[in-house]
Write a protein that binds this ligand. Structure first.
Ligand code: MG
Length: 395
C-alpha cells in the first residue's frame, strides 16, 4: 500500500460572541490543521497537527517539504516515516511547526495502518487497558479583560461550574493567569464554593508566572484543594519547575508545549513534573507518544495528554489513552490518582463536535474510545466543506 496523494486542510470557525481569553491569547476563532493521506488501494487516513497556533505554516511544511518524501512511500510504516521526516528536519525544525507537521502525518499513517489491518490504533499500540475514560472539563476561560472578580464575573464562573457538574463531570480545570493572583484566587474560591468538596479541581496558568508568583498562588491553590497546577512557569524554565515540585504539596503538570522524546527526556528526566502532558498532535503523533510514554513510565510519573483540537485530535488522544497503563497499577485504579483521565475542552468548537462521524460520545462521566479500525472515526465531507478555508493537494 503506497501513498498516492497528500492533502492539507485548514479549517476555521469564527467564535463571534463566544470569543475568550487565556493568559496568553485572545481566541476569536477555532482552527485546526488536518492532513488527508490517500493510498493506491483507495484507503484514506486522517491526521491533525498543532494546537492553537496558526495552521498555515504547518500546512506549508506538510505540502512543500514532506509531501515529496511521502508520495510513493509504503504507508504501513509510520515509525520508519517518522524517523525519515525528523532526520530531514532535525537541523532546522526539532520543535514547533515541523514536529506538528510530523504529528499530523504520523496520525494519518496510524489511521491507515489500522484500517489496512482491520484493527483500532490502540490494538496496534499493544492493546486497550480500558474502553472508557473519565473526562475532565477544561473551561473557565476569561470572557473579558477586566472585572475579573466582580460579583457578575464570579456569579458567572460559579454557574459555569455548576453546569459542568450537572452535566456529569467530577473533575474541573480552571484557567488562571490573566487576572491578578488575588482575583484568580477569588475565581477559584467561587468554583469551590459552587461545587463543594467532592468535585476535584485542577488549575492551568498557561505559563503565566515566574517562580515566586507561582509559589504564591500555588500555596493558595493547594489550600483550596486544587489537585494539580498545570504550566505554572514557562516551558523552558526546568529549574523553576523543579523548585515548584519540591516546594508545593500539589502535583505539578506540564508538557503541552514540549516536543519529541528529546524534549520530554529533559522535562521528565530532570524531575520537572509529576504529570506529563504531551499533545499527540504537537509532540510527534502516536509514534512519538509511545516513546514519551515509555520515558514517563520508567520515571513512575503519570501521562495525561493535552487535548485541544478537532474530533480527529480527540479520537487520536483516546486511542493513546486507551493504550496507556495505570500509573502505577492497583487492584482498583482511581481516576487521576493512577487511572488516566481525558481532557474535555468545553468551549464552543464545531470542529470537535461536528466534523467527524461518529461523534465522540460522552455519557455523564464516561467517554468511550472509538473501536473501529484505525482512528475509528471518519471526517464528514459535508461538514468539512463547511469549515475548510484552504485545501491543497499534492500527488
Ligand atoms: Mg494547558
Amino acid at each position: 500500500m503506497k501513498i498516492k496523494k497528500v492533502s492539507t486542510v485548514v479549517t476555521r470557525v469564527p467564535l463571534g460572541n463566544k470569543k475568550f481569553y487565556s493568559s496568553q491569547a485572545y481566541f476569536s476563532e477555532r482552527t485546526s490543521f488536518l492532513v488527508r493521506i490517500e493510498t493506491n488501494s483507495g484507503l484514506v487516513g486522517w491526521g491533525e497537527g498543532g494546537q492553537w497556533g496558526p495552521s498555515e505554516p504547518v500546512a506549508s511544511v506538510v505540502g512543500s517539504v514532506f509531501s515529496p518524501i511521502l508520495i510513493g512511500a509504503e504507508s504501513n510504516q509510520p515509525g520508519v516515516i517518522w524517523e525519515k521526516l525528523y532526520s530531514y528536519c532535525r537541523d532546522f525544525g526539532s520543535k514547533g511547526t515541523y514536529i506538528e507537521a510530523i504529528s499530523a502525518v504520523d496520525i494519518a499513517l496510524w489511521d491507515l495502518m489500522g484500517q489496512a489491518l482491520g484493527v483500532p490504533i490502540y490494538t496496534l499500540m499493544g492493546g486497550a487497558f480500558r474502553s472508557k475514560l473519565e473526562p475532565y472539563a477544561t473551561g473557565f476561560y476569561y470572557r473579558d479583560t477586566d472585572d475579573f472578580a466582580s460579583q457578575k464575573a464570579l456569579g458567572s464562573i460559579a454557574d459555569e461550574a455548576k453546569s459542568y457538574v450537572d452535566d456529569g463531570f467530577r473533575f474541573l480545570k480552571i484557567k488562571i493567569g490573566l487576572a491578578s493572583i488575588a482575583d484568580d484566587i477569588k475565581r477559584v474560591e467561587a468554583v469551590r464554593t459552587a461545587v463543594g468538596e467532592k468535585i476535584t479541581l485542577m488549575s492551568d496558568s498557561n505559563h503565566a508566572y515566574n517562580v515566586s508568583n507561582a509559589l504564591l498562588i500555588g500555596r493558595e491553590l493547594q489550600s483550596l484543594g486544587v489537585r494539580f497546577f498545570e504550566e505554572p512557569v514557562v516551558p523552558e524554565d526546568h529549574d523553576g519547575y523543579r523548585i515548584l515540585r519540591t516546594n508545593l504539596d500539589m502535583a505539578i503538570a506540564g508538557g503541552e508545549c514540549e516536543y519529541t522524546r528529546f524534549g520530554f527526556r529533559e522535562l521528565i528526566g530532570k524531575g520537572c513534573v509529576d504529570i506529563v502532558q504531551p499533545d499527540i498532535c504537537a509532540a510527534g503523533g502516536i509514534s512519538e507518544y509511545i516513546k514519551i510514554l515509555a520515558l514517563a513510565l520508567a520515571h513512575n510519573i503519570m501521562v495525561l495528554p493535552h487535548v485541544w483540537g478537532s474530533g480527529i485530535s480527540v479520537a487520536a488522544s483516546l486511542h493513546a489513552l486507551a493504550a496507556t497503563p495505570w500509573q502505577p497499577y492497583t487492584f482498583l485504579p482511581i481516576p487521576l490518582q493512577n487511572e488516566p483521565v481525558v481532557e474535555f475542552d468545553r468551549n464552543y468548537n464545531p470542529l470537535r463536535d461536528e466534523l467527524i462521524d461518529p461523534i465522540i460520545k460522552r455519557i455523564g462521566n464516561r467517554v468511550s474510545v472509538p473501536d473501529g479500525p484505525g482512528l475509528g472515526v471518519q471526517v464528514n465531507e459535508e461538514k468539512l466543506a463547511k469549515y475548510a478555508t484552504e485545501i491543497n493537494h499534492y500527488d
